[in-house]
Design a protein around this ligand. Structure first.
Ligand code: AHR
Length: 501
């Protein structure tokens, strides 16, 4: 089988915002407690944060982390997480049927973010609370001093404001599972008023309004049209969320699901364009895809805790999906979609980062380890920053119930400004055949392969574990550039990253 195409240096999709490769830490399961925070752990730093986890987050080069939820935020009092740790209240977290000790709050998380070399993206509670707690939180976090909330922050040990730029106005407010779910009209109003108050404090912050929790929601996409009608000129991004599963145990269908993601993005891009025209606005609004991942392996195991049969455990194991090799291919395809739509998707958050549907796992008291999906995510963040390029590709394809002509090869291309490298991220979804890729390189001058990494040849159900990270990239072979053509044989069911210098 053969796939041939062209990539031209002038076929520009757009500049990739580095925040496209963000992630998410929620007070959920073991993400925080025994995830990022474990004061008794042998690697714990002076703040009780696990250094082995920080090292892996730095390795993945995560640009921004959304915090503190998720569903958790919709009944969260941020003030519970400030002041002396031993005086903080234990609360019942209604979203995840767990006890919250509040030993980690904004100060601890901010210190962790600094150590992990990442920015914070904070969410305010528009479920059980509203505008007033949002404006107080913003003042606490971003005001230098001389006011009630900012002076309280200083009294609590942080002199300088954190100057957090990105703020999410609630979380999944369309979902019946959300504490304080709202209709699009109700949410549009409260989001508009909250944005107005927050902007009165600081015009330069960036605000994210909630879009749909999934394209399967009955209110999608009318939700976005209504919410944007209220908020278009007051916000900067509309959020989208989507999780992927292979419950049907059908690899071909599973790996074609980024076609649905494409439709979802295109539809909301259309709603944005429509609203801009309707309002005669000069302003652009972009998509913050601030929750996405594979999520299905742990659904059954979580039922007991979520139905309340275990009482109110503190930091129970929840959403601990163990990812297999098939999920590497899926994550590779999803990231390719984001790169190809980086003209409208500016922010993305892999949900989540540690222990909860995460690329990084921990053993309490023991090692931290990389899941299979760590690699396509880390590679995209490390090597996928710069300018996204369009490429034409003509090759074999297949159809599913929901998508026609799905190319077996899923490819994205990025030119990095700093070193001029041209990077291709490639997934071959064919289950038995290698595909000979032949890409004509136009406008790039002389090029040669400077890096070639591949994940291939594994059982689709193979997984990693503590001390057993066997599913990892190795050096690829056989890729070359001849007469300005990149030629490479792409193995069946493989993930590949080829960089040209
Ligand atoms: O990421 C897990 C959960 O998924 C989040 O809390 C919620 O926003 C979504 O439904």
């Amino acid at each position: 089988m053969r796939a041939a195409g062209t990539v031209h240096s002038g076929f520009v999709i757009g500049t990739i915002d580095p925040r496209l490769y963000g992630s998410f830490v929620e007070h959920l399961g073991r993400a925080v407690y025994s995830g990022i925070y474990e004061p008794d752990h042998p690697t714990a730093d002076k703040n009780g944060m696990r250094q082995d986890v920080i090292d892996l987050v730095r390795e993945a080069d995560v640009p921004i982390v959304r915090y503190p939820g998720g569903n958790f935020v919709s009944a969260y009092n941020w003030e519970d997480g400030i002041g002396p740790q031993e005086e903080r209240p234990v609360r019942l977290d209604l979203a995840w049927h767990s006890s919250e000790s509040n030993h980690v709050g904004i100060h601890e998380f901010a210190d962790w973010a600094e150590a992990a070399n990442t920015d914070m993206m904070l969410a305010v509670n528009l479920g059980s609370r509203g505008l007033d707690s949002a404006r107080a939180f913003l003042e606490y976090v971003n005001h230098p001093g001389g006011s009630y909330w900012s002076d309280l922050r200083r009294k609590n040990g942080r002199e300088e404001p954190w100057n957090v730029k990105m703020w999410c106005l609630g979380n999944e407010m369309d979902g019946p599972w959300q504490i304080g779910q709202k209709t699009a009209e109700e949410y549009g109003r409260i989001a508009f008023e909250t944005a107005k108050a927050m902007r009165a404090f600081d015009k330069s912050i960036e605000l994210v309004v909630c879009g749909s929790s999934s394209p399967k929601m009955p209110t999608y996409p009318a939700w976005e049209a209504t919410v944007l009608d209220y908020t278009y000129d007051s916000i900067d991004y509309i959020s989208l969320h989507m999780y992927f599963d292979n419950h049907a145990d059908n690899t071909a269908d599973y790996l074609a699901q980024n076609a649905r993601l494409d439709d979802y993005i295109a539809t909301i891009a259309g709603v944005i364009t429509y609203t801009k025209a309707k309002k005669r606005s000069k302003k652009d609004v972009y998509i913050s895809f601030d929750e996405w991942n594979v999520w299905y392996h742990s659904r059954e195991a979580d039922r007991k805790v979520l139905e309340g049969n275990d009482g109110w455990p503190h930091a129970p194991a929840l959403l601990e999906d163990i990812y297999n090799f098939e999920d590497v291919l899926q994550v590779g395809c999803i990231l390719n979609t984001f790169i190809r739509r980086s003209d409208v998707v500016k922010v993305g958050c892999l949900a989540q980062l540690v222990n909860v549907i995460a690329p990084i796992m921990t053993v309490p008291g023991g090692p931290a380890w990389r899941q299979t999906t760590f690699y396509p995510y880390a590679y995209a963040s490390q090597y996928g920053r710069g300018t996204a390029l369009n490429l034409s590709l003509d090759g074999p394809s297949y159809s599913t119930d929901f998508a026609e002509n799905v190319s077996y090869l899923d490819v994205s291309a990025v030119v990095t400004e700093t070193d001029g490298a041209l990077t291709f991220f490639i997934v071959n979804r064919h289950q038995t055949e290698a595909i000979d890729l032949d890409l004509s390189l136009e406008g790039f001058g002389d090029r040669k392969v400077i890096m070639d990494k591949v994940m291939e040849g594994h059982d689709l159900r193979a997984v990693n574990g503590p001390g057993a990270e066997t599913i990892e990239p190795r050096d690829g072979s056989g890729a070359s550039v001849t007469d300005s053509h990149l030629v490479a044989a792409i193995a069946p069911l493989s993930y590949r990253m080829i960089r040209l210098g």
